[in-house]
Design a protein around this ligand. Structure first.
Ligand code: ADP
Ligand code: MG
Ligand code: ZN
Length: 585
């Protein structure tokens, strides 16, 4: 215990000391009297860069050494805090042109960067202030949007836009009656861009960004985690509006923290809860947490007034993957004749890849091209990189092979077709064959919000829609190839049928009597109830079958469209079923 305390205060002192030392040195050197311009000039002369024109002009005409602690370039390209090698590559290029250098067009324009680590360390290691970004200057010139660094997760971006508006002007926002959560929970698998999104929110709003990782709080010593949280919040409140980002929230806020291995982590989470309750919503501090496992979070954390807004950051669908690939392909030299097609083709073959995987894929392809001495990246390198990642040690289990994908496409289209052509079925919202979660595909419906009671016809329609999946498998692939994928469909159909018979009095044979406790009934009644449920299910199955057979053409079109685009919204489904082609996305 004491060693932790003393070492941290020692390092704190030494850092203060260093700060003072650098101030004195500047004075002693007589630099404090230099004007900004002269200082810039001096810095430019002292530090390495390519040529006098390039480095100072790199950030939209500003000098590269402005006040900010980091640049977007160092932020997005050098987030692991390594030395920025680009300057050395660029410099050595002047002497020996390297193939990697010629493949990566970006490197030629990267300026030399002073700050290589993406945050400024405050007095303790958990209190990290990452300043708002410097404005990026990319090939399109001045661009005020940081959100555009995050691709293919449009829904999450839209939801967070409101938070950005709030941070830009908390008083105005609350004066207008805007109500905002204090905590936003980003939920999604690793590498989908949660950290990136949190940073983009701060960057977009031009407010400070405090970064802390849940695992850092996870210490065995009494109160260390708790005091770090306290300090983090104190620091943040003094600098509001700002964003506090707690990565790996499940490791502070997990349910498992009652375990004897972590006797003091309860204090950490209690401190976090107390801090979150302790400030008013209009103070302008937004806490963004990220986790892969929302189920593992302590219930107290997700109660209103804490992390009460959840934003899902899913793995990208084919459209998102295309955008992400295009975004990263822009940074390297791609064979111009394949430029348009390559992202589309690779996107289609990378179901289940996250944004980070796709970025990695592009990097691997560039490396491969460099190793092979090529001066641009072609489909061949991209395919190579894709296979390498697919075969890699962490081979995705969510990966669905082509055959499964086809079956899933027909299964989901089966639901959608029945829903579309059955009177009184709920309108379809979206159909997807993305492996998000335990199932391979999903068709979501839009219940009209004030549907207080349901008619017999509506209930039957729901059952028919449930049947559509298995029926489709049977019609298209044959009885021997039906899959286990319909079990939850049957669950819901059976539930409805059972309610109709036992609760709603919707079955003639058993009449308008309710049977709440079946085991209290005579064996004959039980058998009769079961028989009636079977009849309802069987009839429903047959109706779905007849319907799918009579719409075989639409069924095929829809399945093909799903195979192609993976997700279709209601409007797109309607277009396909009307026999129109979807404009290429
Ligand atoms: P997470 O925090 O969800 O695990 P990160 O934000 O750390 O994921 O993503 C890792 C890296 O992968 C990012 O820094 C970025 O380079 C890339 N990346 C991930 N998702 C995206 C995306 N949607 N758009 C662009 N780049 C992405
Ligand atoms: Mg992360
Ligand atoms: Zn189904």
């Amino acid at each position: 215990k004491s060693s932790v305390g003393s070492s941290s205060s020692a390092s704190c002192k030494s850092r203060k000391h260093k700060e003072r030392a650098s101030v004195w040195n500047l004075r002693e050197l007589g630099l404090s009297d230099l004007g900004t311009q002269q200082l810039d000039e001096l810095v430019n002369r002292v530090l390495p860069h390519l040529s006098p024109q390039e480095a100072p002009l790199a950030f939209g005409g500003q000098t590269a050494w402005r006040t900010s602690h980091l640049s977007t370039h160092s932020f997005f390209h050098n987030k692991h805090g390594e030395e920025d090698i680009s300057q050395y590559i660029s410099i050595s290029h002047q002497l020996h042109p390297s193939p990697l250098q010629s493949v990566c067009t970006d490197l030629q324009y990267w300026p030399a960067l002073v700050q290589t680590r993406g945050f400024k360390t405050l007095r303790s290691k958990t209190r990290r202030l990452q300043s708002a970004f410097e404005r990026p200057a990319d090939s399109e010139g001045f661009t005020p949007s940081f959100m555009k660094h995050v691709k293919g997760v449009e829904e999450a971006k839209n939801e967070l836009q409101e938070v950005v508006e709030f941070l830009k002007n908390p008083q105005k926002f609350t004066a207008l009656g805007g109500k905002l959560p204090k905590g936003v929970l980003l939920v999604g698998p690793p590498g989908t861009g949660k950290t990136l999104l949190a940073r983009a929110v701060a960057g977009e709003a031009e407010v400070p960004f405090y970064y802390a990782s849940g695992s850092e709080f996870d210490e065995m010593f009494v109160g260390v985690g708790a005091s770090r949280i306290r300090n983090l919040f104190r620091e943040a409140k003094a600098n509001a509006p700002c964003v506090i980002f707690i990565d790996e929230l499940d490791s502070v806020g997990g349910k498992r923290i009652e375990s004897p291995m972590h006797p003091y982590s309860r204090q950490t989470i209690n401190q976090l809860l107390a801090e979150m309750d302790g400030f008013k919503p209009n103070e302008g501090v937004i806490i963004i947490g990220a986790t892969n496992f929302p189920e593992a979070l302590d219930n107290a954390l997700i109660r209103p007034g804490r992390f009460d807004m959840q934003v899902t950051v899913p793995k990208p669908d084919v459209k998102g993957r295309t955008e992400i690939l295009n975004w990263y392909l822009k940074k390297i030299k791609v064979d111009p004749s394949e430029k348009l097609e390559s992202a589309n083709i690779i996107a289609r073959g990378t179901v289940g890849f996250s944004g980070a995987d796709l970025e990695n894929l592009v990097n691997q392809a560039a490396l491969k091209a460099a190793v092979d001495g090529k001066d641009m990246v072609t489909m061949k390198e991209l395919e190579f990189a894709k296979d390498k990642i697919l075969m890699g040690p962490e081979r995705r289990s969510a990966e669905i092979d082509d055959k499964n994908k086809r079956i899933t496409a027909y299964h989901e289209s089966g639901h959608a077709i029945v829903a579309f052509y059955t009177k009184d079925a709920m309108p379809i919202n979206k159909a997807t064959i993305m492996p998000r979660g335990p199932s391979l595909g999903h068709v979501s419906m839009l219940p009209e919000n004030d549907r207080w009671s349901e008619t017999r016809s509506q209930l039957l329609a729901q059952m028919d829609v449930s049947m559509g999946g298995r029926v489709a498998e049977e019609i298209i692939f044959g009885h021997d190839y039906i899959t286990t994928g319909a079990s939850s469909d049957f669950d819901s159909a059976t539930r409805i049928a059972k309610m109709m018979v036992t609760r709603y009095g919707m079955c003639e044979k058993l009449g308008i009597m309710t049977y709440t406790d079946l085991s209290a009934q005579s064996p004959e009644t039980q058998a009769a109830v079961e028989q009636e449920i079977r009849v309802l299910l069987k009839e429903s199955y047959e109706r779905a079958k007849a319907l799918l057979k009579s719409h075989a053409k639409e069924h095929k079109n829809l399945a093909d469209a799903l195979l192609m685009y993976e997700t279709l919204d209601a409007k797109e489904i309607q277009l396909v079923l009307e026999g129109k082609t979807l404009e290429t996305r």
